[in-house]
Design a protein around this ligand. Structure first.
Ligand code: SF4
Length: 698
């Protein structure tokens, strides 16, 4: 019998609703869900090809220990034993979980609860660290909480949309479709794209600012100064709802217009036009993504943008606000349950003794992590130098996706005990596992995800679990029970986990914390199954009328006010005589992450079949490569070889290489082996957009 199920696309943070149909012959097809309020039926190429990626080719179907099939009991006993041994011998900080924005919120919740409340360490970090942790840090500095103030609708309602560090057309295609439709309906709407590279997104731009890599802070500090000089400040909003304006003003005053020109490399006319547009347009949304976040100054970039919105009071109102576009399908859900090494749970702060006490009491936990744990790059450094004795990697492929990937691979190889939970048997990371645990994939697993506009949706299963694959939350709970924590991990379904998560979000929360989905406390299996998409907050007993934050203040610092952050531009050119090019890595339209799923679709692979390096024509002449010639990209950390794609879209001195390819699809194309493990000092997010490299004909 045919069946249709409403679920969610598992790729990007747009979080589109899809209707998956399983035909009588077992074939899966998908279409956009017209009732889902984030996409209204739209899908992009990746989402519409989902049905082509659900075969069992390469699937891990049974637990394995040292490459041999074993029973679940044996594998789980071994994992629990080796983690307990490491903790008993070396302490709780000798173990770590490295998880993923691909996990569902319920999986994340259990992983975080086990590590922070029962093992007693905060060594749980996620590949979301690579994606949006600078936004989290920037939000927390400015707002006192990790809150995205606006909604997708604001992008359609704005008169000026600024896209900075975002190739929206390829990386968040359905939001791009919504923006393009809004601009077509209201041609007066202006779009400014800020990106060193002229991407497909620039095609919609009224103004493209090809700034130098990492000069965003200079650009927005200059804008802040201009807003003051042109009397565009909302004095009432600043006085009533913010602190720190004077310090930010002093910092901005020290940056002359000519200095901004020099740092950004922009023509004066373009810079003036951008500043004029921002100053004179009331409804402004500034969307930012990895070009902002993946930087050694990522947190300052975020705050330099937020400063301009706070100064003009353009936040939390229809068509106004800073907007972080998160990369992964459930990076937001992971943040909500505290799945980052520097967060606790339900948006509570690990640094706060009161929050730690509240969470420990709620969990009836024997302990609670007292300090932030290791962030992704530092976690793998700790694996490399032997501090981590047992590591559990779930739903991610760090041997391909982490910066300095060769060193990460060597560290994983040398780690005394590595567990990998994955859907595939032979990823670059799974190859080094002592224990391999088969997980459920999209279409098989069930739970919730949260997208970039704080909308929680149900991901629903419609396929049988293949082989002996089991949910990630189940694997974690079984190990927790074997470690002696039976009662706290006695969950029979994701509905029960979601109920506990909702209850924690409301626990002793009288509105003084942003994250509250307490309306779903007491949810049962049936109502959970029928859950329709909703945006938090949803405090119990109140209608879902709050979809935006901060129009009238109400920030989450103790005094209820936002903070301006006095940011200063820093020089960003890392090139030198040996490494004269700036490497920028990113996504392409039709692939997702390390291609473990999208790589299965011939249709998607036909868009761009091979990895490439985008080079400016004059740079190509200088290094002696023609179009499609092989070019070797090298940094002190590693090398990759890809084909040259010569285009004037690329700025001189810069090279763009997609992040997706790994040894399975193209030998020597693992570009993250070249990326330096340099991070933002506050967020710990790697600087994958500005890496000094050499390039030569191969
Ligand atoms: Fe999936 Fe993102 Fe495409 Fe929507 S925009 S269909 S969530 S990949």
């Amino acid at each position: 019998m045919e069946k249709e199920v409403k679920t969610i696309c598992p790729y990007c943070g747009v979080g589109c609703g899809v209707i998956a149909k399983v035909a009588e012959d077992g074939k899966v097809s998908v279409k956009g869900d017209p009732d889902h309020p984030s996409n209204f039926g739209r899908l992009c190429s990746k989402g519409s090809a989902l049905g082509e990626t659900v075969d069992l080719d390469g699937r891990l179907l049974y637990p394995e220990v040292s490459g041999k099939r074993v029973e679940w009991e044996q594998a789980l006993d071994l994992v629990a034993q080796r983690f307990s041994d490491a903790i008993n011998e070396h302490g709780p900080d000798s173990v770590a979980f490295y998880v993923s924005g691909q996990l569902l919120t319920e999986d994340y919740y259990i992983a975080n609860k086990l590590m922070k409340g029962f093992i007693g360490s905060a060594n749980i970090d996620t590949n979301s660290r690579l994606c949006m942790s600078s936004s989290v840090a920037g939000h927390r500095r400015a707002f006192g909480s990790d809150t995205v103030p606006g909604t997708y609708e604001d992008i359609e309602l704005a008169d000026l949309v600024i896209l900075t560090g975002s190739n929206l057309a390829w990386c968040h295609p359905v939001i791009y479709q919504r923006l393009a439709a809004a601009k077509a309906a209201r041609p007066g709407m202006k779009v400014v794209v800020i990106d060193p590279r002229r991407t497909m997104t620039s095609d919609i731009a009224d103004l493209h600012l090809a700034i130098r890599p990492d000069s965003d802070v200079a650009l927005f500090v200059g804008l802040f100064e201009h807003l003051i000089a042109s009397n565009a400040i909302d004095q009432n909003y600043v006085a009533e709802h913010t602190n720190g304006f004077a310090e930010a003003f002093t910092a901005a005053s020290g940056v002359a217009f000519n200095e901004v020109l020099e740092l950004t490399g922009l023509p004066a006319m373009q810079l003036r036009e951008f500043y004029r547009l921002f100053a004179t347009t009331e409804k402004v949304v500034t969307c930012y993504s990895q070009g902002v976040n993946q930087s050694s100054s990522g947190t300052d970039k975020v705050n330099s943008i937020i400063n301009c919105h706070l100064a003009t009071g353009r936040i939390g109102q229809p068509g106004m606000g800073p907007f972080s576009l998160t990369g992964q399908p459930n990076a937001m859900g992971g943040r909500e349950v505290g799945g980052l090494a520097n967060m606790l749970a339900a948006h509570m702060a690990i640094e706060s003794a009161e929050d730690r006490d509240r969470v420990q009491r709620f969990w009836a936990a024997p302990t609670i992590a007292e300090k932030p744990g290791l962030k992704a790059v530092d976690m793998f450094k700790a694996v490399a130098d032997g501090r981590i004795k047992a590591l559990w990697i779930m739903a991610t492929n760090p041997v391909v996706s982490m910066p300095d990937a060769d060193t990460v691979e060597a560290a994983i190889k040398a780690c005394p005990f590595v567990v990998v939970s994955d859907v595939l048997e032979n990823t670059d990371t799974a190859r080094h596992a002592d224990v391999l645990l088969p997980s459920l994939g999209w279409g098989e697993k069930s739970g919730t995800v949260t997208n970039s506009e704080r909308r929680v949706s149900r991901q629903r299963s419609f396929l049988d679990a293949p082989g002996e694959a089991r949910a990630d939350w189940w694997q974690l709970a079984e190990v927790a029970r074997r470690m002696g924590f039976s009662e706290a991990f006695d969950f029979g379904s994701t509905a029960e986990i979601f109920d506990e998560h909702a209850t924690l979000s409301a626990f002793e929360n009288s509105g003084n914390r942003d994250f509250d989905i307490g309306a779903y406390v007491g949810i049962n299996r049936r109502s959970y199954d029928e859950l329709t998409p909703f945006q938090w907050p949803q405090p119990a007993g109140r209608e879902a009328d709050v979809t935006r934050f901060f129009a009238k203040g109400g920030f989450y610092h103790a005094d209820g006010k936002a903070r301006f952050i006095a940011v200063k531009p820093v020089a960003s050119d890392r090139t030198n005589a040996d490494y004269p090019f700036t490497l920028n890595t990113g996504r392409i339209r039709d692939q997702w992450h390390t291609m473990t799923r999208t790589g299965k679709s011939a249709r998607l692979s036909s868009h761009i079949a091979e990895p490439f390096a985008e080079l400016h024509p004059r740079d190509a002449i200088e290094i002696g490569v023609g179009n499609a010639a092989l070019v070797e990209i090298e940094s002190p950390h590693g090398k990759a070889v890809v084909r040259a794609l010569i285009t004037e879209r690329q700025a001189r001195g810069s090279i763009f290489v997609p992040m997706h390819w790994n040894d399975q699809f193209a030998a020597k194309a693992r570009i993250d082996a070249v990326v330096a493990p340099l991070t933002d000092a506050i967020s710990g997010q790697p600087a994958s957009k500005n890496v000094a490299v050499a390039a030569r004909r191969f």
